[in-house]
Design a protein around this ligand. Structure first.
Ligand SMILES: Nc1ncnc2c1ncn2[C@@H]1O[C@H](COP(=O)(O)OP(=O)(O)O)[C@@H](O)[C@H]1O
Ligand SMILES: [Mg+2]
Length: 384
């Protein structure tokens, strides 16, 4: 695998099961993946292959009857105080630590904003709340106090009064290095102000007035932008977008995704884009992980995947992507159907649908291996 210094997230042997009346749904069967610092990584695969369960597992958001039964979720985070990289296994964190990580260091945006943004609060208030919880506002608060004083200074001619104000200004200036005051009443105003600048950063038109609006007053694309602003408000080290743009029309979707890539450079967040759409991966991700029926099939740079896929499943998935100007009555499809995860196929879960399957594929699960430099595949009979 790559140098650990380069990685921000590493998932090893992740198994998540759902204990239902019908039986145990073996949703994730040893998922392996990594996210490099600064990458936009695509997690791609057909509906039901376990993308959302993977995302939820990362933040320990899997709810009963689901349970993470095995695996490591290594988060190589930068300690804000020392600037050093420290590794923690999210699986071993206390509930409190997981809560602190969620939203602060790892943020997630879901497809279905049914419960958030919260419909009863104004957009600006909600972003400000995240900022109040997670960001150090001391600098903003002091900036604001100083600005206010400097404004009053303009029309004061009396030298004595001027002197007093200038004294106050230099007092505030000396506070920049002091610890923050959590009860400062100006902190709320500063948070609100920063919320508006977050909205402006995600290219929200008329950010200040949108901050005063309720979620239902916004269009789908604008609401998605607001959600991204909210997710970014705490400067996360990882942003996970689970089909976050799927419901938007193609043009808006492209705008939002391009925006994410621009913001990534600005604030140094690593991004994981979860999608069933190979087109989205092609346009926005530099790295890609292909999932099949709860397993990792292939992992490599995006151009490499499109040019020389090694897993027969990926190859099938790529021929199934409709090409522009292609006028076919039927799209090529991978024969067979997505397996039942209560009674998954033995060995490689793809073997019943695979043209290249041999005896071993029926018996043993293929490990994910680096078959070519920088190109991982879980297959006994890879292409190429
Ligand atoms: N609450 C649940 N109860 C039972 N099975 C579930 C539940 N949630 C997810 N699963 C199983 O996990 C598999 C992966 O689901 P999911 O991660 O949502 O797929 P997708 O790749 O479309 O995001 C599904 O095929 C389903 O069988
Ligand atoms: Mg999903």
């Amino acid at each position: 695998m790559s140098n650990t210094q380069d990685l921000v997230l590493e998932i090893k042997g992740l198994k998540t099961n759902f204990y239902t009346y019908e039986g145990i749904v073996k949703a994730l069967d040893g998922v392996e993946l990594f996210l490099r610092r600064g990458d936009t990584m695509g997690l791609v695969g057909e509906t039901g292959c376990g993308k959302s369960v993977t995302a939820r597992s990362i933040l320990r958001l899997v709810e009963p009857p689901g349970k993470i039964d095995e695996g490591q979720i290594l988060f190589h985070h930068i300690n804000p105080e020392t600037g050093e990289i420290e590794t923690v296994d999210i699986m071993e964190m206390s509930d409190k630590e997981v809560l602190d990580t969620r939203g602060a260091s790892i943020a997630i945006v879901f497809q279905d904003p049914a419960t958030y943004p919260n419909p009863v609060f104004r957009i600006g208030e909600q972003i400000a709340e995240v900022i109040m919880l997670h960001q150090d506002l001391r600098t903003d608060v002091l900036d604001m106090k100083i600005e206010k004083l400097e404004d009053t200074l303009e029309d004061k001619i009396d030298p004595e009064k001027r002197g007093k104000i200038e004294e106050k200004i230099s007092h505030y200036k000396s506070l920049y290095d002091d610890p923050p005051d959590p009860d400062d009443k100006d902190a709320k105003a500063a948070a609100q102000r920063r919320a508006i600048s977050m909205l402006a950063m995600v290219k929200m038109p008329a950010a200040a007035s949108v901050a005063n609006q309720y979620p239902h007053e916004l269009s789908g694309g604008m609401r998605q932008r607001a959600l991204i602003a909210m997710a970014l408000a705490c400067n996360p080290q990882i942003l996970i977008c689970d089909e976050a743009t799927t419901a938007l029309d193609v043009t808006v979707q492209a705008q939002v995704l391009n925006l994410l890539n621009q913001l990534k450079k600005q604030i140094g967040t690593s991004i994981m884009i979860i999608t069933h759409d190979m087109g989205v991966v092609a346009e926005t991700c530099n790295w890609v992980n292909v999932m099949y029926a709860g397993t990792t099939a292939e992992s490599c740079a995006t151009q490499v995947l499109f040019k020389t896929p090694l897993h027969p499943y990926t190859a099938g998935l790529l021929t199934a992507v409709p090409k522009l100007h292609e006028n076919k009555d039927r799209l090529p499809q991978i024969r067979g159907s997505v397996p039942n995860l209560i009674y998954p196929p033995s060995g490689c879960r793809f073997h019943p649908r695979c043209d290249y399957a041999t005896e071993i594929c029926k018996q043993e699960k293929p490990p994910l291996e680096e078959k070519k430099p920088g190109h991982w595949v879980a297959c006994y009979n890879p292409l190429g």
